[in-house]
Design a protein around this ligand. Structure first.
Ligand SMILES: CC(=O)[C@@H](O)[C@H](O)COP(=O)(O)O
Ligand SMILES: NCC(=O)COP(=O)(O)O
Length: 240
């Protein structure tokens, strides 16, 4: 069965815009689960631009489905993961200056370091997923690390400027999925998926979980706006 991991990072982005307490991504995770999320994904960035350490600790206590902690393969993050024990960790690349995660990890280029990180996490019973592009050598290197999963970066597919390029990117994802499954890896995907472009990715044979965030948070803001304004009118009359 194809499952949905709801990424709540950008609920925290709104909170951090004011450094206040609302909206709380932990509350958003509870509501996402009520809505049918099969898992909750949160990315603790080294620069703490959205999700904070406190969020991860509270998510660990409150998430009833599974918690996927996205993080860079640094000593600081490994020690947080070993302490919090999420249900799985997704290792992702990070650049301070990027607006969002721009591409996949270069597994082949830092194989020994990543093998070590995967081993330390998986020895603590935390399965590891590697966020990579659908590239043959990266998939092969991912299998060499003994990680349980890969997550195929769907950004190029999502950002394709025309249907021909989108179809070509979808083919790469399909081939990547096949190759990974043949190497014994489980396959997730995500990044930039929307209500409009998600369906073909979900149809890829063997695809297990899609991690989707920005578009769900964006839609939640819009579908919730009418009620939020009505409630403020009540509050202004002392009736809320
Ligand atoms: C790792 C990834 O795919 C990102 O989608 C992330 O989880 C969302 O956060 P950023 O937009 O800060 O990269
Ligand atoms: N790993 C991808 C993810 O968690 C969500 O990405 P996006 O939907 O926020 O682009």
């Amino acid at each position: 069965m194809l499952t949905l991991g709801v990424n709540i990072d950008h609920v925290a982005t709104v909170r951090q815009a004011r450094r206040t307490v609302e909206p709380d991504p932990v509350a958003a995770a509870v509501l996402a689960e009520l809505g049918g999320a099969n898992g909750i994904t949160a990315h603790l960035r080294e620069d703490r631009r959205h999700i904070q350490d406190r969020d991860i600790r509270l998510l660990r206590e409150t998430v009833r489905t599974h918690l996927n902690l996205e993080m860079a393969a640094t000593e600081e993050m490994v020690s947080i993961a070993l302490d919090v024990k999420p249900d799985y960790v997704t290792l992702v690349p990070e650049k301070r200056e990027e607006v969002t995660t721009e591409g996949g990890l270069d597994i082949a280029g830092s194989l020994e370091k990543l093998k070590n990180v995967v081993d330390r996490l998986q020895s603590a019973n935390i399965p590891v997923s590697l966020f990579i592009d659908a590239d043959e050598s990266q998939i092969k290197a991912s299998a060499d690390t003994q990680a349980k999963f890969i997550e195929l970066h769907t950004g190029k597919y999502a950002d394709a400027p025309n249907p021909e390029i989108r179809q070509k990117e979808l083919e790469s994802l399909k081939l990547g999925c096949e190759q990974a499954l043949n190497l014994g890896l489980r396959v997730n995907a995500g990044h930039g998926l929307t209500y409009i472009n998600v369906y073909p990715v979900g149809c890829l044979p063997g695809m297990e979980e899609l991690n989707i965030g920005h578009t769900i948070v964006s839609r939640a803001v819009l579908v919730g706006m009418e009620r939020a304004v009505k409630e403020m009118k009540l509050a202004m009359r002392g009736e809320f």
